[in-house]
Write a new protein. Structure first.
Length: 304
């Protein structure tokens, strides 16, 4: 069996995957919130505390999944692209754990995420000819338009962590999102598309959390096999916002997981904004994303 381990170190989440190249199958996985982008907007740097959380996550995941961090394919994205001390952080992570992280640009992030989603749609037996993919991250939001054999991608400079840290009230947030919607509309307009022909597909933590809640799951009873392919309707977002606003922190933590409570509502607002831009009433949710794409890409390149 040809195995590969991939690590996606995002602005908020740390995700590991052990993948079987021969059978295109996930063998094991690990997810943890590490809050890499905590205070990044204010300071411009990745804090020492965040670095220590990442080191602990690498150590814990390598022990649980029995992988060697020095042999893993490790990528990192928006937070590291923004941070002034990113090289220093990468050197420190390598020294402490053996893991060599590569900062990938927005285009490569889009290509790898799209690769994972194409495989996922095929697995779920969903038509993948024409779709618009939304990937809501902690520090950036990617929109990828797949049209037959070609695609166009754009990374927008906002995410759930950065917008949460930037805005203290929802009026400011909604005003900011109105300007972001214009940016997104301009990108889509430049492609001269008939949006009615495109399916709306969404990946990352916010869409999968909403899908899980819709299915009656919570963070501790999350079944990604059921979440994959779930249809999330626009009204499901409003129901989730209502639920979050009328629930205790304890209940919300049970639903979304520790380290996500303060960001989930902003994530829903971003998700809602994209529905409005695309004039869609529903989206297909997938759990697959960058770490799957990194693993699949490695398998294809090395013909494993």
């Amino acid at each position: 069996m040809q195995k590969v381990t991939s690590i996606d170190l995002g602005s908020n989440s740390f995700r590991v995957l052990v993948y079987d190249c021969l059978n295109n199958k996930i063998l094991s996985e690990y997810n943890e919130v590490v809050g890499m982008a905590d205070n990044l907007v204010q300071t411009g740097v990745i804090s020492f505390e965040a670095q220590e959380r990442v080191i602990k996550a690498i150590e814990k995941s390598s022990s649980e999944l029995n992988y060697d961090p020095s042999q893993a394919i490790c990528v990192t994205t928006a937070a590291m692209r923004m941070a002034k001390n990113s090289q220093e952080v990468l050197d420190y992570l390598k020294k402490q754990t053996g893991a060599t992280f590569k900062i990938i640009d927005a285009n490569e992030e889009a290509r790898l995420t799209l690769l994972a989603v194409k495989y996922a749609l095929k697995r779920e037996r969903i038509n993948s000819e024409k779709f618009i993919l939304l990937d809501i991250g902690g520090g950036s939001t990617e929109i990828i338009v797949k049209n037959q054999d070609s695609y166009k991608a754009h990374s927008f400079n906002f995410g759930i962590v950065t917008l949460t840290q930037k805005h203290t009230d929802y009026k400011d947030l909604e005003k900011d999102l109105e300007s972001k919607k214009i940016e997104i509309k301009n990108f889509l307009f430049s492609l001269n598309l008939n949006l009615d022909e495109f399916t709306f597909v969404a990946t990352a933590g916010t869409p999968t959390t909403i899908a899980a809640i819709k299915l009656g799951q919570d963070f501790f009873h999350y079944d990604k096999d059921l979440v994959n392919g779930t249809i999330v309707k626009l009204e499901d977002l409003f129901e989730c916002l209502e639920l979050f606003r009328n629930s205790s922190k304890e209940i919300i933590t049970k639903l979304v997981g520790r380290g996500r409570v303060e960001f989930i509502e902003v994530g829903v607002y971003i998700y809602k904004a994209i529905y409005e831009v695309l004039n869609k009433k529903e989206s297909i949710v997938l759990d697959d994303g960058l770490r799957e794409g990194v693993a699949i890409n490695h398998c294809l390149i090395n013909k494993l």
